[in-house]
Design a protein around this ligand. Structure first.
Ligand code: ADP
Length: 679
């Protein structure tokens, strides 16, 4: 068997590649999602700075309007306090003159002790820095942010806003607002934008100045920064959003990719399973094919397939060996086939035409003769069957061909030995009869001798010899010589070996051929011989010599069963009957049969004898050969008939056999209707 390279490395590589592809896909999907989140966060960060900027601008306008209506420090305080209630991000409001001396001030009610721990003067540099910038810009300006510790140990990052108060182009004073950076984050942003996010002001190095919402430090976060540039100072705003957790289904895209990957893996698994099944099926089919091939190759029966046009589509080695041609030479050849003997081509063509016309083929097959490539002929038995494909359509014919050469040789051998046996049996019969013949010949010879000497005496007498006497004597001599000749001819006829030919014979002629011999024996034993041929008994189709011998054997056995001194003598039953009559025909018609009965009234057959009666060489007689009955049965069966026996009353045995009626024969004309009785 051819070793196939193992497939698992291929499958392993495929699985590995696919897994790598899927991991990359999931990773890319995650990356994509994250970059989208980052973009959204960046956008939101810009939005938040925009909100803060516009909030601060609104505050500047409100502060300016506060001053427009409250020109004196006394009247200023109350609206300033109101304003602080509405603006939580401002922790303190001051009105200072042009030299930055405080004129009026107001603290936010929410963080009243902001400047309790340290004096306001501590932050003057930042105020001054802002107001210098404001004067320069002629508009609001902010100071850098700074940390302001509070009394309770905490502190806050604050930033000063300085708004110059001008009158006819001359700076008369300043409005200073102290902003809490955390307040800015809390008050000036949209809470909806910040849900779940962290917002802070930070230094460039990342140090946080003010934090609105802090994210859990452990979690990696997306971060977006935006600059909030204010006149006089620029702040860095930082918006943070928690990275989405990489769960089983982190987001829709990844989930889809994941689901697709799982589906792909499942499909891959199913495909692999299907492949494995196919592989198993293939292996099984290959094994079955190898087994079939081995079987076909080792067969001694030739196999041959033909298509509907008579072309060879398959031959097995046994067939090739039979006809002496290779499979390549045979496959594809049409009619006439290369193994047809040239003189039989016509006959075979006709047979083939009948087969191709769809006529039914004999199941038991038919015999034919093939020719080998070297020209020798051999007999074959062909068993043919239609070749039906999986769809039930006939695609051709399949034939099994058996070489009958050996079988024929064995049959010939059997036949030859059978013939020899029969010849021996015949000779044995003749030997037995020889004494009878000599006895029988004695009579005519003695008569001839006496007639001859009488004639001589007459002739030696002088003169008066009546020619009529001599004539009569010679006539007698001739008669006796004729009688002796008939006896001898009867024996010679019987002994002479003839070819086995089947012919149509009238039963009477069969009887006539053996009458001489039968009569001799019957006379010797004092037995009466009765021969009855029923009227209208047809001729039989048989090998005449053989059947005569069967009749002779049976009759002789019957007579031997009634030896002299047998009780049959006393009871007056000392006679042997041969009856021939048409057998009742079979119920289904068929060929007719003629039945032959040989009935004796001898000692009959004991059980022990009747069981072995047909066994070759079984005999109860001192001089017997024991071949008679076994040969008789073989002969009758070769003719298609049957040989049987049964006891008859009051004593004796009936042997019966049947022979086929000659085809298309009229009832035998010479069948005598009357019973012939010979002494
Ligand atoms: P053979 O006559 O040489 O003995 P057969 O085969 O003819 O051989 O007969 C076998 C035996 O069958 C005989 O020896 C005899 O015992 C018995 N047998 C045959 N025919 C008869 C018969 N008609 N009546 C009684 N016995 C018979």
């Amino acid at each position: 068997m051819v070793m196939k390279p193992p497939r698992w490395p291929l499958w392993g590589a495929l699985l590995l590649l696919l897994t790598a592809l899927l991991v990359v896909l999931v990773f890319l999907a995650g990356e994509y999602e994250e970059s989208r989140d980052q973009a959204a966060l960046d956008q939101d960060a810009l939005g938040v700075t925009g909100d803060v900027r516009s909030g601060l601008l609104r505050n500047v306008q409100t502060l300016q309007s506060l001053h427009a209506f409250s020109p004196t420090p006394q009247s200023w305080e109350a609206p300033a306090a109101d304003l602080l209630v509405g603006r939580r991000e401002i922790v303190r409001l001051e009105w200072r003159d042009a030299a930055l001396r405080p004129l009026a001030e107001r603290l936010s009610p929410f963080t009243s002790d902001v400047f309790g721990a340290f004096g306001r003067n501590q932050s003057l540099p930042e105020v001054r820095q802002a107001c210098d910038a404001a004067r320069r810009l002629s508009g609001p300006a902010y100071s850098p942010s700074y940390f302001w510790p509070m009394r309770d140990g905490r502190g806050m990052e604050v930033m000063e806003l300085c708004l110059p108060l001008t009158e006819a182009g001359v700076v008369r004073g300043y409005l200073v607002a102290t902003y809490s950076l955390r307040g800015i984050l809390a008050e000036l942003t949209e809470p909806a934008t910040l849900r779940g996010r962290g917002l802070s002001f930070a230094e460039v190095d990342g140090t946080r100045l003010a934090v609105l919402q802090a994210l859990n430090a452990q979690r990696r976060a997306l971060r977006a920064q935006a600059l909030l540039d204010l006149p006089g100072h620029t702040l860095l705003m930082q918006l943070e959003s928690p990275r989405r957790a990489l769960g089983l289904f982190p987001n829709v895209l990844t989930a889809v990719v994941g689901a697709l990957s799982i589906a792909l893996l499942v499909v891959l698994y199913l495909l692999a399973r299907d492949m494995r099944r196919r592989q198993h099926a293939e292996e099984r089919a290959a094994e079955a094919l190898a087994f079939r091939k081995a079987m076909e190759d080792s067969l001694v029966t030739g196999l041959r397939a033909r298509d509907m046009a008579g072309r060879i589509t398959y031959v097995n080695p046994a067939f090739c060996q039979m006809v002496g041609l290779s499979a390549e030479q045979l496959i594809g050849t049409g009619l006439p086939a290369p193994w047809w003997p040239p003189e039989l081509v016509d006959e075979y063509q006709q047979r083939q035409a009948v087969r191709l016309a769809g006529k039914t083929l004999p199941r038991e097959g038919y015999e034919s003769v093939f020719q080998r490539s070297d020209g020798t002929r051999f007999p074959v038995l062909i068993i043919e069957a239609p070749l039906i494909d999986a769809r039930g359509v006939q695609t051709g014919f399949m034939s099994a061909i058996i070489d009958l050469t050996e079988q024929r040789q064995i049959e010939d051998l059997n036949r030859a030995s059978q013939d020899r046996l029969q010849a021996t049996a015949r000779l044995a019969t003749v030997g037995e009869m020889a004494s009878l013949i000599s006895h029988e010949l004695n009579q005519p010879l003695a008569a001839i001798a006496s007639y001859a000497s009488g004639t001589l005496n007459l002739l030696q007498r002088d003169g008066s010899v009546a020619t009529t006497d001599i004539d009569g004597a010679i006539r007698r001599i001739a008669e006796q010589a004729d009688r002796a000749g008939r006896v001898i001819r009867g024996v010679a006829d019987f002994v002479r070996r003839r070819d086995q030919v089947r012919e149509d014979v009238a039963p009477q002629r069969l009887i006539d051929a053996i009458t001489t011999l039968l009569t001799l024996q019957a006379k010797k034993q004092g037995i009466r011989l009765a021969i009855e041929i029923a009227p209208a008994t047809p001729a039989v189709h048989c090998d005449r010599t053989m059947v005569e011998q069967v009749l002779l054997n049976l009759a002789r056995n019957g007579m031997q069963a009634m030896p002299l001194g047998d009780p049959s003598t006393a009871s007056g039953l000392r006679w042997l009957r041969i009856a021939i009559a048409p057998a009742p025909s079979a119920p289904h018609g068929g060929p007719g049969w003629v039945r032959f009965d040989v009935i004796d009234h001898g000692h009959g057959l004991p059980d022990e004898v009747s069981r072995r009666i047909f066994t070759p060489f079984f005999t109860t007689k001192a001089e017997g050969m024991g071949l008679g009955l076994s040969l008789c049965r073989t002969v009758i069966e070769q003719h298609g008939g049957a040989l049987s026996f049964e006891p008859v009353q009051p004593r004796g045995t009936r042997f019966s056999f049947t022979l086929p009626v000659a085809p298309a024969t009229a009832p035998a004309p010479d069948a005598s209707s009357a019973a012939a009785s010979v002494a």
